[in-house]
Design a protein around this ligand. Structure first.
Ligand code: PGA
Length: 251
């Protein structure tokens, strides 16, 4: 069975001292649950201190992006291998903020996914439609295209290590969550696309997270849905109390 996975995406928040203070508050509140895995993706500069603080816990450490080459003349970039050396086990790729503000494409997401997988890290591949696309009835097409292109050339065996995050762009940081039915419908589609790419048994193992204004109040009802296997959490992962109560959800 798929284990739930809750990832905190801190975006460009929590410098080193704030990271240490957050974890000093959060870790005593965090109650490990065998059915729920938890990860935190701090900004690059806080990865070291976050890793030190998490070293005695079962919480995964991750990054919010990576470059696809191993090394070279790519000013400002960080490779999957470098992240691994810092103790990261996953990286978020294709977040809508990266796509919209920094021009990242499905092809770039694909190269990042392949690089992470070959370095032994889990790519958390974000997909999701804008409000315009939803209103034009294009949500399914957009998500299907992002997945097919983003995961092109990933072998079925490697596909089982991929996590997908469905984040409708209109629900990110807006306080507007997709209804449980809206989210479940797209998650079901995503599982179908994964089945087409890697077969039924792989798609049954693949974890599909929902993201977009998830908090300690709405998490349980979203996570009750059949194809929602966890959450990618922005704002609510910055408050130790709220994040602890969110990861302690009961469906
Ligand atoms: P939010 O962000 O929870 O603040 O809406 C989610 C995300 O962007 O991953």
């Amino acid at each position: 069975m798929r284990k739930y996975l809750i990832i905190g995406n801190w975006k460009m928040n929590q410098n080193r001292s704030e990271t240490a203070a957050f974890l000093d508050d959060f870790l005593p509140l965090y109650k490990k649950n065998e059915d729920v895995e938890v990860g935190i993706a701090p900004p690059f500069t806080s990865i070291g201190v976050c890793g030190d603080k998490l070293s005695e816990s079962s919480i995964f450490l991750g990054a919010q992006n990576c470059h696809w080459e191993d090394s070279g003349a790519y000013t400002g970039e960080i490779s999957a291998g470098m992240l691994k050396e810092c103790g990261c086990s996953f990286a978020i790729i294709g977040h809508s903020e990266r796509r919209q503000l920094f021009g990242e494409s499905d092809e770039g997401v694909n190269k990042r996914a392949l690089a992470l997988l070959s370095a032994g890290l889990t790519p958390i591949v974000c997909v999701g439609e804008t409000l315009d696309e939803r209103e034009q009835g294009e949500a399914f097409n957009v998500v299907t295209r992002q997945l097919e292109r983003g995961l092109a050339g990933v072998s079925p065996e490697k596909l089982s290590q991929v996590v997908v995050a469905y984040e409708p762009v209109w629900a990110i940081g807006t306080g507007k969550t997709a209804s449980t039915a809206q989210a479940q419908e797209v998650h079901k589609l995503i599982r179908k696309v994964i089945a087409k790419l890697g077969g039924d048994s792989i798609s049954q193992q693949t974890r599909i997270l929902y993201g977009g204004s998830v908090n300690d109040k709405n998490a349980a009802s979203l996570l009750r849905e059949n194809d929602i296997d966890g959450a990618l959490v922005g704002g609510a992962s910055l408050d130790a109390q709220k994040f602890a109560s969110l990861v302690g959800f009961r469906v």
